[in-house]
Design a binder for this molecule. Structure first.
Ligand code: GAR
Length: 195
């Protein structure tokens, strides 16, 4: 991690595959006075991702990565990250698993947000599994990415109570709101710890 000298902002790339509410929250954060990050690139594997409109509206450069061939896709990702001098990667609903090559190259500089209280409920369909297991709480986690799925060091986590009438949709909505709140906080915490 490049040291911050008080003025210099970290150059961030946000990776998305869908809606982009976390991207939006990170953009709002980056627009705040004295924010330590600048979002310079959005990467997506999905041409139909709604989040693309958010990137465009905010005049952020966008790169589409065709994942038909994962090796070629990751080569292009590395070229883009180099081209834009990216210091920090924020995965925000990016539904592809990065290979060891990228993870090692950006070791300790990739964050992800996951809709569960990790280490519980790694992987997909978290809300469905949480409800099936009659958990009392769920939540969301921002963590560092390592080469194992949803397993890197936890930066910030927040609990969400499960209500009696919750279904998958109501729960995912409530958790998402909290995700949007904690992602910027986690970045602040992460940067402060790495100063
Ligand atoms: C979020 O709930 C995020 O935690 C999840 O995808 C959603 C993206 O929403 N990510 C994962 O499940 C990754 N394992 P968004 O596109 O509105 O930010």
């Amino acid at each position: 991690m490049e040291k911050l000298n008080g003025k210099k902002k970290l150059r961030v790339s946000v990776f998305i595959s869908g809606r982009g509410t976390n991207l939006k929250s990170l953009i709002n954060f980056s627009n705040m006075k004295n924010c330590p990050i600048k979002i310079v690139l959005v990467i997506t594997n999905n041409k139909n991702a709604k989040g693309i409109y958010i990137a465009k509206k905010n005049k952020i450069k966008l790169s589409f990565i065709n994942y038909k061939n994962k090796i070629k896709a990751e080569k292009k990702i590395l070229v883009d990250l180099k081209k834009y001098n990216i210091d920090l990667i924020c995965l925000a609903g990016f539904m592809k698993i990065l290979s060891k090559k990228i993870v090692n190259f950006y070791n300790g500089k990739i964050l992800n947000i996951h809709p569960s209280l990790l280490p519980k409920y790694k992987g997909l369909n978290t809300h469905k599994r949480v409800l099936k297991n009659k958990e009392k709480f769920t939540g969301c986690t921002v963590h560092l990415v390592n080469s194992k799925l949803d397993s890197g060091k936890i930066i910030l986590q927040k609990k969400v109570r499960i209500l009696r009438n919750d279904d998958k949709n109501s729960l995912s909505k409530r958790v998402l709101k909290i995700e949007n709140l904690i992602y910027p906080k986690a970045i602040k915490k992460f940067i402060t710890a790495n100063l």
